[in-house]
Every structure is written in C-alpha cells, then in structure tokens.
Design a protein around this ligand. Structure first.
Ligand code: ADP
Ligand code: MG
Length: 253
C-alpha cells in the first residue's frame, strides 16, 4: 500500500544554522490519525511545513518526503497542495481576506472551480465547523477559536485527502477544545496532528510520533508511550492526568 505520508531521513537546517530536523523517518498510512508530540522547539512545525512543500525554501527538495507516493518537488506542488490541507500554528498567518466567506472561498477559487461550486463548498465548510451564517464577518473581528475554525473551513473547502494540523487546540478555552475535538473526530481522511494537548492525542490518535531536538525519539501506540512517565519526562513532556488509572507499559524506539 502507498503511504499517505512517507518521510525518509529528513534533515533541515534554517538559514541561521539552527538544525531543526535530524534524520526523521516515518510513514502515515491512508486513513490513520497520528499525533505529533514534542516540547517547544522540537521541530514539529518545521516537519509539518515540509509536507506541502512550504519548506525547504530554496533548492529542489531531495525527495525525502512523499505524499501518496509522489515526491514533494516543485513539479508536483499544485497536486500536493490539493492533497494536503495544512492548518498553520497561528491562524493570523493563514487568514488574509477581509471576510470569512472570502477567505474560505480562496482555496476552491484557486482550484478553478465554477463559482456555484465555490459558494456551495463555502457554505458546507462553514456549517461543518459551526460557523454557518458567519460568512460576512470580518476575519479580524473573530475570536481566536472562531479564527481557527475559519481556517479549518478554508482547508475543508478544498477537500484535501490529508489534514495536517499544527496545534489546532492551542489558545482555545475548554468548550472550544471540546468542540474542535468533536469536529476532528467527525472529519474523514488521514490526519497528522501536532499538539501539546495530550488529551486530544489520547482521544483521537491511536498512534503518536514524539520529536525531541529534531529527532524522532518514539513512534508507537499513544497509550503505551504516554504511560511511560520516565520517558515522557526525559523528553520534556508529562504523563497526562486522564491516564492515571491505566497501568504503565513502556514501548519506545
Ligand atoms: P516546534 O513546532 O516543535 O515548537 P519548530 O519547528 O518551530 O518547533 O522549531 C524547531 C527549531 O527551529 C527551534 O530551535 C526553532 O527555534 C527553530 N526555528 C523555527 N523557525 C525558525 C526560523 N524561521 N528561523 C530559524 N530558526 C527557526
Ligand atoms: Mg510549532
């Protein structure tokens, strides 16, 4: 079976010399929902930006990342970006149109869809994220949670087969987190979710990857990894409270 995402020996260094990724390799199968954990600065966002070719910035990527079998290279970028919907860590980096509806329509318009289809997709996507009827709102007047949902609507409107989400619940209040988790659970397709929200990882992701200082230090069953308190602490994480009644069972690479 062709993997939805295949990353092989990926290394990346920023212009200032920061080594952000060191020999990262993993696969995500079609239909999986995988968590990506790790402390701040461990390379989560850098990794996700490689999955639709935002990074590397210059020079051809060397085929270390494949999406549904195709290498992430300039010639494939339009197709890759149709397959991979990337939710940025900061919604203000993603929203750039004056109103919510215009923003959500931007992606489908880029795909060259007829205007009637664009409008239908905008309505469907806004309804899916609980923003039905708010299309005329100014994006800069939205709350943080509404901005995130508007960004997600923009991704859904392009109907990507793979959702790559960078800290989707950060900055949300408990109700906002609960609603977003329920929404993510309902969405079909392959998902890779970078998060500090260990409850989200436990509830939505049967499998997790753990990054620390640019290296993949674990790839395995979420419950087993998160239950290994010593391992979690050693990599700047903690054993989530919701697991307190589950017995430890270490398993890491
Ligand atoms: P995470 O998302 O896990 O917090 P990042 O991928 O943002 O981690 O960062 C990984 C490393 O790369 C960190 O050391 C960070 O400081 C560095 N980094 C991130 N973005 C840049 C950038 N634009 N220029 C230089 N270094 C960066
Ligand atoms: Mg990040």
């Amino acid at each position: 079976m062709t993997a939805a995402v295949e990353v092989r020996d990926l290394c990346y260094r920023y212009h200032d010399g920061t080594e952000a990724l060191w020999g990262v390799s993993f696969r995500v199968e079609v239909g999986e929902c995988v968590g990506l954990l790790g402390p701040n600065g461990s390379g989560k966002s850098t990794l996700l930006l490689h999955l639709n070719g935002i990074l590397p910035e210059e020079g051809p990527a060397n085929g270390q990342v494949r999406i549904l079998g195709r290498p992430v290279q300039p010639a494939h970028l339009p197709w890759i970006r149709q397959q991979v919907g990337l939710l940025f860590q900061d919604p203000d980096d993603q929203l750039f149109c004056a109103t919510v509806a215009e923003d959500v329509a931007f992606g489908p318009r880029q795909l060259g869809l007829p205007e009637s289809e664009v409008r239908a997709r905008v309505e469907r996507s806004l309804a899916a994220v609980g923003l039905a009827g708010l299309g005329d709102r100014a994006t800069h007047h939205l709350s943080h949670g509404e901005k995130r949902r508007a960004c997600l609507a923009g991704l859904l409107a392009c109907e990507p087969s793979i959702l790559v989400l960078d800290e989707p619940t950060s900055g949300l209040d408990p109700r906002g987190r609960r609603e977003l988790k329920a929404l993510l659970r309902r969405l079909p397709g392959t998902k890779l979710i970078a998060t500090h929200d260990l409850e989200l990882a436990v509830e939505l992701c049967p499998r997790c990857l753990i990054l620390d200082q640019g290296r993949l230090v674990a790839d395995g069953a979420t419950l087993e990894l998160l239950n290994d308190e010593a391992f979690m602490l050693a990599h700047g994480l903690e054993r989530p409270h919701i697991l307190q009644h589950v017995h430890p069972h270490p398993n890491h690479v």
